[in-house]
Design a protein around this ligand. Structure first.
Ligand SMILES: Cc1cc2nc3c(=O)[nH]c(=O)nc-3n(C[C@H](O)[C@H](O)[C@H](O)COP(=O)(O)O)c2cc1C
Length: 174
C-alpha cells in the first residue's frame, strides 16, 4: 500500500490528448524518472518522487488483481497495456491508459521498467470502470488482502476464458 494517509477528494484532474505521462523505474519499481506532465498531474516535485516506490500514486479504487497481472507480465519480460486510476499528492485522481514495458541490459536481464500513459477513450473507460468496480467489490469480500487479490484475479481470468480472449485482445476490444 502507498505510505500516505491522503484520502481521495473525488476531484478529477485531466490532461491533453497530445500529452504523454512518462515514468521509469528500477527493477524493483522505484522511480528513477518522471516527466513534467507526470509531476504536474501527480502534484509532486521531482525530488519527492525519485527513489520512491511507484505505488506513490496508487488510488484505492484500483483492484489489486490488475497490478498482479501487470507485475507478472513485465517481470516475464513482456509489455502490458492497462487502464489505471491514479491519485495525486492531495487526493485528486486522473485516469490513464498505460503501456508498461521492461528495459533490458546488455546481458538481456531486466534493468528496469518504463511507462507511457495517454488519455483514455471515454467508451472503453466506462467499461473499465464497471469491471474495476466488480473486481474491487470481490476483493473487499475477503478479510485478507491476499485472498481478495486471488479471488479478483480469478474473476478477471474467468472473464477472459468465457470470452475466449487473451488479456490484450480483451483490452483492445473495449
Ligand atoms: C513502470 C511502472 C509504472 C507503474 N505505474 C503505476 C501507476 O501509474 N499507478 C500505480 O498505482 N501503480 C503503478 N505501478 C505499479 C506499482 O509498482 C504498484 O504495484 C501498485 O501501485 C500497487 O501497489 P501496492 O502493491 O502497494 O498496492 C507501476 C509499476 C511500474 C513498474
Amino acid at each position: 500500500m502507498a505510505v500516505s494517509n491522503v484520502q481521495p477528494t473525488g476531484i478529477e484532474r485531466t490532461f491533453g490528448e497530445d500529452e504523454i505521462i512518462i515514468s521509469k523505474t528500477d527493477s524493483t519499481g522505484k522511480l528513477t524518472y518522471a516527466n513534467n506532465i507526470f509531476l504536474d498531474l501527480a502534484q509532486y516535485d521531482e525530488d519527492e518522487v525519485l527513489g520512491q516506490q511507484h505505488n506513490l500514486v496508487r488510488h484505492p479504487d484500483m483492484p489489486r488483481a490488475v497490478f498482479k497481472l501487470l507485475w507478472d507480465t513485465i517481470q516475464a519480460g513482456e509489455e502490458i497495456f492497462a487502464y489505471v486510476i491514479n491519485m495525486s499528492k492531495v487526493g485528486d485522481h486522473y485516469w490513464v491508459f498505460a503501456h508498461v514495458t521492461p528495459s533490458f541490459d546488455a546481458n538481456g536481464n531486466i534493468s528496469g521498467f518504463h511507462s507511457n500513459r495517454r488519455v483514455p477513450e471515454p467508451g472503453p473507460l466506462a467499461k473499465v470502470k464497471d469491471l474495476y468496480k466488480s473486481l474491487l467489490a470481490e476483493e473487499k469480500r475477503h478479510t485478507s488482502p491476499k485472498d481478495g487479490m486471488e479471488a479478483s484475479h480469478k474473476m478477471l481470468i474467468d472473464i477472459l476464458t468465457e470470452n475466449d480472449v487473451t488479456y490484450d485482445e480483451f483490452i483492445f476490444s473495449l
